[in-house]
Every structure is written in structure tokens, then in C-alpha cells.
Design a protein around this ligand. Structure first.
Ligand code: ATP
Length: 202
């Protein structure tokens, strides 16, 4: 188990905050801040997927690079942990497997946080019914998406959590970089420097 996880209090919940993080942006940090404030977990685990199940076949930045950017994004905030669990496991990343790995590491209280855009996809996740018996699912508000659009099979199976509205997405950041438009303040400073120096998204 990673050093960063070893230090966490097993009596408290941990939050799985998974995604592609291509790149991590201010929306991720602002909503994670609200989740921490509301749920008081041991930590929020930012877990970049190795291969995201729903983005197979699409071009995306190598997993190691996305993990590096997530590390840069959360550095200095001990409430947030950049986890290599899924990148190290490799292959297609399924949340049910990640939750099992965390349970094996001694975390018995696991919360999964998803943005409103992601919530509608939960019924397509591997073993989602079993997953939802084992974890608490929290759905975060996001501008442009409505938690009320969740499929009926999710009724009563998630808790809505209102977070600060940040209309920023990774797609928007990549598009701005490609177009040569300003994006400096849409990402954490270290991520901005990395995107410039590595020339990704150009
Ligand atoms: P892309 O534009 O490439 O689809 P994204 O901005 O949605 O990326 P992801 O890495 O897919 O970023 O997001 C990880 C998680 O964070 C998802 O559950 C997503 O719904 C949530 N999320 C991302 N941005 C926001 C935001 N601005 N407000 C609320 N939730 C967000």
C-alpha cells in the first residue's frame, strides 16, 4: 500500500474521487474541498484511472503523466491524496476493484464521490449493484448537469451533495491550450507550469 495511504486513520471514511484528470483543474479541487468539509473523511483520494472504461479507444494522456499532474495539483494539502492504485493495477480501471483494494488495506468505510455528469453512468459500471451495497455514493452538483436526471434505478442509492458551481472541465482546458487561449487560472499553478513545459495538449 502506498505511503500516503499508510498514514491515514482507518476509523474514518476515505473518499474515492476517481477520474481521468486530463488535466486536473480547479473544479476538481474546489468540489473536493466541499466534500471534505461536509464529510470530514480521513482524506479524499484522487485516483486517476489507468484506462478509463468509458473512454477506451479515445486518445488520452498517458496514465503516468496524468498521475504526475494529480500529484502536482494536490501537493501541500494533506487532506487530498494522489493515489497510484489504479495506475499501478493497470488495465481498465473499475471502481469496484479499487474499493476492494482499499478494504483489503483496512479501510472499512468507503465513500465514492462522482460529479453529476458521471452519476448517470454508474449503472453501466462493473458490478455496480454490489459496489453500492459496499460503499456510500455521493453525487456532486455540476453546472450544466442535473442530479434529477439520474436513472430511476439509482433512486435512493445516492446522496446529493451541493458543491460550489465551477463550470470548468478538462475538455475546456485542453481546448484552450490547443487554441492558444488563456488557461492559467483554470488549473493549479504547478499544473499550469507542467502543461507549458511539457507541451501536452498542443
Ligand atoms: P473531461 O472534460 O475530460 O470529461 P472532467 O472535467 O469531467 O473531464 P474528470 O477527470 O472526468 O474531469 O472528473 C473526475 C470527477 O470529477 C468526475 O466524477 C467528474 O464528474 C467530477 N468533476 C470534474 N469537474 C467537475 C466540476 N467542475 N464540478 C463538479 N464535479 C466535477
Amino acid at each position: 500500500m502506498e505511503d500516503q495511504l499508510a498514514r491515514l486513520d482507518r476509523d474514518k471514511a476515505v473518499v474515492i474521487f476517481g477520474g481521468t484528470f486530463d488535466p486536473p483543474h480547479l473544479g476538481h479541487l474546489v468540489v473536493a474541498d466541499d466534500v471534505y468539509y461536509r464529510l470530514a473523511p480521513a482524506a479524499i483520494l484522487f485516483i486517476p484511472a489507468a484506462t478509463p472504461p468509458h473512454k477506451q479507444g479515445e486518445r488520452h494522456t498517458p496514465a503516468e503523466t496524468r498521475l504526475h499532474m494529480v500529484r502536482l495539483a494536490v501537493a501541500g494539502d494533506r487532506r487530498f491524496v494522489a493515489s497510484s492504485l489504479e495506475v499501478e493495477r493497470g488495465g481498465v480501471s473499475y471502481t469496484v476493484d479499487t474499493a476492494a483494494a482499499l478494504r483489503d488495506a483496512g479501510f472499512s468505510r468507503i465513500t465514492v464521490a462522482v460529479g453529476a455528469d458521471n452519476l448517470v453512468e454508474v449503472p453501466t459500471w462493473k458490478d455496480w449493484r454490489r459496489l453500492l451495497e459496499e460503499v456510500r455514493l455521493v453525487a456532486l452538483t455540476r453546472p450544466g448537469y442535473d442530479l434529477g436526471d439520474a436513472p430511476a434505478e439509482l433512486d435512493g442509492r445516492f446522496e446529493p451533495l451541493e458543491v460550489a458551481p465551477i463550470p470548468v472541465s478538462s475538455t475546456m482546458v485542453r481546448g484552450r491550450v490547443r487554441a492558444g487561449e488563456p488557461f492559467r487560472y483554470l488549473v493549479p499553478p504547478a499544473v499550469f507550469d507542467f502543461i507549458l513545459s511539457s507541451r501536452i495538449y498542443r
